[in-house]
Design a protein around this ligand. Structure first.
Ligand code: BG6
Length: 483
């Protein structure tokens, strides 16, 4: 751990993410003794807050979102680290105060992490304003910037934001967040694949029939229409979280467990994605979406998408990857199901429902984190084979009662300069290159599949099931024991 003072400046400290995730995650790392000794946390915002307001606010945040680990004495030590600095994000002249405040804390030679937890339209302004005052220059200590999602609205805006970022910071100083990568189970995909010998030999088109990624949420648009109605599921979930999961599943073995090697392999997967045909896509809106507050009454924003994607490389050629995600669905679950090929010749009778149930490796990202391996077994006292699950549940296998929040790992990694779980500029752009044509096609191509509807509390529209039925597959939901 470094002796040098380390300052974390959280832009947007008055917002929701800071309250629910960032402050609790910093506190959790703090009580685990993982943060630098001489740490200061500077909340940056537009409001007329004082240090005392931030301290009160943080106290509330810990009471609400970190009650299980809240400790009065630890809080006493944590609160001493907190201070507030007011900045009007687009106005360069207001950054002088911030610069002076930070320099008063650290003499200018500290390590500094700027965390942008603000509306994306201000990212470029903040970066430029930090640059104009020399606040990105490393003069002894390091300077890093964490940028939340969404990173861009499409390829063009992502490229332009990358250009702005690179005009002030070197790529090695830029940490683009995708909080799915901080989830323990997402991190475990690499461990599972590359710390074992049994999976890799069968992890290819010779043995795998198809791969399915489901990210279903029960929440609807709620109070987020202002953001969501302008984005939709492709930008909100597919471009980032789902393509990240896919690249972890599909990547080649990296030569080292480090940011360069890992991200090189992930980006190759995205670059090998074949252009998605519009006929291989389904878009849908849940009933009632257009009546939600803030949603345009004639909104064409999809809250559900399903698609079929191919990775054109030696390992995966012609193996379908099916992705689906939606809001207001039946259950909250994120899972990856790797469905293996059928035995070449079956000498056993199967139960009726097992007809399609081949071996499946299910990676249960959340909730009830774990892995299931569906295998066929003989039903005792009968001569019939049935699918049964071998199950690993984190809650049984590991002592940890609660898995750490993704942000806990991500903030710590950013402080420690480990960019493995952050998205590189070329990854972001490659992901936009995959989703942009689908979004554009849905909007402009008269031949695009029409918007479907689905009932809240369902698994999405019938068209999503049909997308797989055409290939004689079905969506698996193994982690929930529903199928
Ligand atoms: C965010 C999306 O990135 O991820 C939200 O903007 C979504 O719409 C959320 O609800 C899901 O995250 P998690 O961790 O609850 O699966």
């Amino acid at each position: 751990m470094t002796d040098r003072p380390t300052v974390i400046a959280i832009f947007g400290v008055t917002g929701d993410l800071a309250r629910r995730k960032l402050i609790p995650s910093l506190y959790s790392n703090f009580i685990k003794g993982r943060l630098p000794e001489r740490l200061r946390i500077v909340g940056v915002g537009r409001r007329d807050w004082t240090d005392a307001t931030l301290i009160d606010h943080s106290h509330q945040s810990l009471r609400n979102y970190a009650s299980a680990i809240y400790d009065e004495r630890a809080w006493g030590r944590f609160r001493e680290r907190l201070s507030y600095s007011k900045v009007n994000l687009p106005r360069p002249e207001t950054y002088r105060n911030l610069r002076d405040d930070l320099e008063a804390l650290d003499g200018g030679a500290s390590n500094r992490l700027y965390y942008l937890s603000i509306a994306p339209e201000f990212y470029a302004d903040v970066i430029r304003n930090l640059g104009a005052l020399g606040m990105a220059r490393e003069n002894g200590g390091w300077r890093r910037i964490v940028i939340e999602k969404p990173f861009g609205y499409n390829m063009e805006t992502a490229q332009s934001l990358n250009r702005v970022a690179h005009s002030v910071f070197d790529e090695s100083q830029v940490y683009r967040i995708d909080h799915y990568l901080g989830k323990e189970t997402a991190q475990n995909i690499l461990f599972m694949r590359f710390a074992n010998t049994i999976f890799e030999p069968i992890w290819n088109r010779s043995h795998i029939s198809n791969v399915q990624v489901t990210v279903a949420e029960t929440v609807d648009v709620g109070t987020r229409a202002g953001y969501y109605d302008g984005s939709g599921v492709m930008r909100d979930m597919v471009q980032n979280h789902m393509l990240q999961l896919l690249s972890l599943i599909a990547m080649e073995p990296p030569s080292a467990f480090d940011a360069v090697a890992l991200r090189n392999e992930k980006v190759k997967v995205l670059q090998a994605a074949r252009a998605i045909k519009l006929e291989d896509t389904v878009r849908a809106q849940y009933d009632g979406y257009r009546r939600a507050e803030g949603v345009a009454p004639d909104s064409g924003t999809p809250t559900f998408a399903a698609l079929k994607l191919f990775i054109d490389n030696w390992r995966w050629k012609d193996i379908p990857f099916y992705l689906r995600s939606g809001k207001a669905m039946r259950q909250k679950t994120t899972q990856v199901n790797i469905q293996f090929k059928r035995p070449p010749n079956s000498i056993f009778e199967l139960t009726e429902r097992d007809d399609y149930a081949r071996n499946v490796l299910s990676i249960c990202i959340q909730p009830d984190e774990g892995m299931h391996l569906t295998i066929k077994a003989k039903i005792p006292d009968e001569q019939i084979a049935k699918s049964v699950d071998m199950e690993l549940h984190y809650k049984n296998a590991f002592i940890a009662d609660n898995l750490p929040d993704a942000y806990e790992r991500l903030i710590l990694d950013a402080i420690n300069g480990d960019a493995q779980l952050f998205i590189r500029s070329d990854e972001i752009e490659s992901a936009w290159k995959i989703v942009d044509p689908v979004i554009e096609g849905w909007q402009c191509d008269p031949g695009a599949p029409p918007m479907q509807r689905y009932s809240p509390g369902s698994w999405g529209p019938a068209a999503a099931a049909e997308l797989l039925e055409r290939d004689e597959h079905v969506w698996r939901i193994s982690c929930l024991h529903e199928d």
